[in-house]
Design a protein around this ligand. Structure first.
Ligand code: ZN
Length: 117
């Protein structure tokens, strides 16, 4: 994402790091968690319906149809679904690790998911 200079400038201007810190603070305050996923995870290029990954998806392409399952996607909505799914997977795996710890319990916690920029 940061290879696109205009997009990178927009993200820098919006204070992405500050946003993440505020998100983490609020999540902790309310007993939740923030899960960051891999920066290069292809959230836009992965079909949220079947998992097929397209080779290229230039930023100018805002909607696309999966060649494997023929489902139409809005680029951003599809990416959001994928980020949420991966975030929950990471979160669940951490909960399994935590559940094996004799000290921790996260019952009822809320989770926010963000893709590292
Ligand atoms: Zn598909």
């Amino acid at each position: 994402m940061l290879l696109n200079t205009r997009l990178a400038k927009a993200i820098s201007d919006s204070g992405w790091g500050m946003f993440i810190r505020m998100l983490e603070y609020k999540a902790e305050f309310y007993g939740g968690a923030v899960v960051k996923i891999e920066r290069w995870y292809p959230s836009s290029k992965t079909c949220s319906n079947c998992g097929h990954v397209v080779d290229k998806l230039p930023l100018g392409i805002r909607t696309w149809t999966c060649s494997a399952c023929m489902v139409d996607h809005d680029r951003d909505v599809n990416a959001a679904k994928n980020i949420l799914a991966v975030g929950y997977t990471v979160w669940r795996s951490r909960r399994c690790d935590i559940a094996q710890s004799p000290h921790a319990s996260e019952e009822g916690s809320k989770t926010l998911v963000a893709q590292a920029a």
